[in-house]
Ligand binder design. Structure first.
Ligand SMILES: Cc1cc2nc3c(=O)[nH]c(=O)nc-3n(C[C@H](O)[C@H](O)[C@H](O)COP(=O)(O)O)c2cc1C
Length: 164
C-alpha cells in the first residue's frame, strides 16, 4: 500500500467511532447487513444521516436500490455482531437475534439505538458510495455503545468521562 494511504489509515485510526450494522432486505426478501463505522450525523431539520459503502461490497447493489435501511448502533457487549457482520459468513442473520420492524426492516436485538431511514440520496466518492438516509423511526435503549479505535473494539473506559 502506498505510504500516503498508510498515513491516512493511521490518522483516521486516531479518530475513534462507534460501531453500527446497517441492514435491509434484498430483492428476494432476505435480510442483509454489514458492519459500518463510516456512519455520521448530517442534519437535524430534516433528520439526515450518512454512511459509505465500499464499491467492492457484495451488498452494494442491494443497498443502492433499497428504499429503506436501518442503522443498528451496537451496544458495548455486542462485539460479536461487529465481527459477524464483517466476516465471510454468508447467512449472518442465522447467527444472531433479529426481528422484522413495523417499517419492514430487519433490526437487531439488544442494540444501543436503531435509526430506520429512507434511502434518499447517493453520492459516488472514490472507491465508496455515500448513502444519505432520512430518519423515519428512532429506537433508544439505555445502553453504553461499542467503540472502534485503532482496529480494536471495546467499551468506554471508566476514566473517560469528563463533561464538556
Ligand atoms: C469496525 C468496522 C467498520 C467497517 N466500516 C465499513 C464501512 O463504513 N463501509 C464499508 O463498506 N465496509 C465497512 N467495513 C467492512 C465490512 O463490514 C466488510 O467488508 C463486510 O464483510 C462487507 O460485507 P458484504 O461484502 O457482504 O457487503 C467495516 C468493518 C469493520 C470491522
Amino acid at each position: 500500500m502506498a505510504q500516503q494511504q498508510e498515513e491516512f489509515k493511521k490518522a483516521l485510526g486516531n479518530y475513534p467511532t462507534g460501531v453500527t450494522v446497517v441492514t435491509t432486505f434484498d430483492k428476494e426478501n432476505k435480510p442483509i447487513g454489514l458492519t459500518v463505522n463510516s456512519f455520521a450525523s448530517v442534519s437535524l431539520d430534516p433528520l439526515l444521516i450518512l454512511w459509505s459503502i465500499d464499491k467492492k461490497s457484495k451488498s452494494l447493489e442491494d443497498f443502492m436500490s433499497t428504499e429503506k435501511f436501518a442503522v443498528n448502533i451496537l451496544a458495548s457487549d455486542q462485539e460479536k455482531l461487529c465481527f459477524l457482520f464483517s466476516s465471510r459468513v454468508v447467512d449472518r442473520f442465522a447467527q444472531c437475534e433479529w426481528q422484522r420492524s413495523v417499517n419492514n426492516l430487519p433490526i437487531l436485538a439488544n442494540t444501543a439505538s436503531i435509526l430506520e431511514c429512507k434511502n434518499v440520496q447517493q453520492i459516488e466518492a472514490g472507491d465508496h458510495v455515500i448513502l444519505i438516509g432520512q430518519v423515519i423511526n428512532i429506537l433508544n435503549a439505555d445502553k453504553a455503545p461499542l467503540l472502534y479505535h485503532q482496529r480494536s473494539v471495546g467499551e468506554i473506559p471508566k476514566t473517560f468521562y469528563q463533561t464538556i
